[in-house]
Design a protein. Structure first.
Length: 331
């Protein structure tokens, strides 16, 4: 791992907010690593296809570095991208456990290293099922409330307006599944599921909309670095857990050998550790889906109930149709 050697803040920039910004801290890590590699700003600029002025602005924190650019810089400097990111001093202490974070990272790494396409497809199908499970839970809640509203003789127009059964939540977009944004988004989504969070839960924790979380997870839009830190904090993991790993130039053959050895060993002896870890992933996701289902259904019912009240439906009818309590409706 690259060991950072911090230097004092640049003269004239002792503003605490500036020095504490993610952009400044990342820029300092890039500059220190560049100097250790004996690269000039021009050398690094040529390696990644930008001007040396842009490198200067990145290093001084004047301009934010996109995650995609950070990956290019890491590759040029022969380090892992995560080594250029400072870790926050305080994580989410209420639910953060070092061992748990390492376990999650281990599981994600394991999935990404599996070359057996049938095995990857099976695991991916489980994750896709978990993703669809959330939407099916929403639909189940809408249909349940809708049926109850029909029994209460509420008009079809109000039912459709409140439940939105005839509309789709998000517009489908095309995305490159080999892009860094998509790979980071998939890591976020897997850990979100492991945590038992919905997109709404995560959105509320970092102060964005559920649609933005959806767009991040599907790789539709790039995640700013400061937002990535907020997401990592909300998920109680280190930011490096969310980053697909880059391989150092002089380590590529060694890692490929280790991977081939792992797959070969699995094929010959059906390695019990690999399968037990896969089973742990399946079990964790299965448990999380049950938690997610209840949370999603409740959240959907609350949303529908509030829309019903806005549409003029009596509160007692709304409560009967949704199965909520007065306190839940006021959440």
């Amino acid at each position: 791992m690259f060991v950072s050697i911090r230097k004092p803040a640049i003269k004239g920039y002792y503003n605490p907010e500036y020095i504490d910004s993610i952009d400044y801290k990342v820029g300092q890590e890039v500059e220190i690593c560049r100097l250790i590699q004996r690269y000039t700003q021009i050398d690094l600029a040529d390696e990644i296809g930008v001007t040396y002025q842009e490198i200067h602005k990145y290093e001084q924190g004047y301009n934010p570095i996109s995650i995609e650019t950070l990956y290019k810089i890491a590759k040029a400097l022969s380090v892992n991208t995560a080594d250029l990111l400072p870790e926050p001093k305080v994580l989410n202490e209420d639910c953060y456990f070092e061992g748990e974070a390492e376990k999650i990272l281990s599981l994600v790494r394991m999935y990404e290293k599996i070359e057996n396409q049938e095995l990857r497809k099976a695991i991916y199908s489980l994750v896709e099922f978990a993703k669809g499970y959330k939407e099916s839970s929403r639909k189940e809640a809408r249909e349940e409330v809708s049926n109850n509203l029909v029994k209460e003789n509420i008009s079809v127009s109000i039912i459709l307006q409140a439940t939105g059964l005839s509309t789709c939540k998000y517009t489908e977009k095309k995305v490159r599944t080999d892009s860094i944004d998509y790979k980071i988004g998939q890591r976020i989504e897997i850990i979100q599921l492991i945590r038992g969070y919905t997109q709404e839960d995560l959105a509320n924790k970092i102060g964005v909309t559920p649609k933005e979380i959806n767009d991040y997870e599907q790789g539709y839009i790039a995640i700013p670095l400061d937002t990535l830190y907020e997401i990592a904090k909300a998920l109680s993991v280190k930011v490096r857990v969310l980053l697909p790993e880059t391989i150092k130039k002089d380590e590529s053959n060694e890692v490929e050998g280790e991977l081939s050895s792992l797959i070969s060993e699995h094929n010959k002896t059906e390695d019990q550790e690999l399968w037990s870890r896969l089973s742990a992933l399946v079990e964790t996701l299965s448990k999380s889906m049950k938690v997610v289902k209840e949370k999603v259904k409740k959240a959907e019912k609350i949303k529908i109930a509030k829309d019903l009240v806005k549409a003029g439906v009596a509160i007692d009818i709304t409560l009967r149709a949704s199965g909520l309590t007065v306190d839940e409706l006021s959440e």
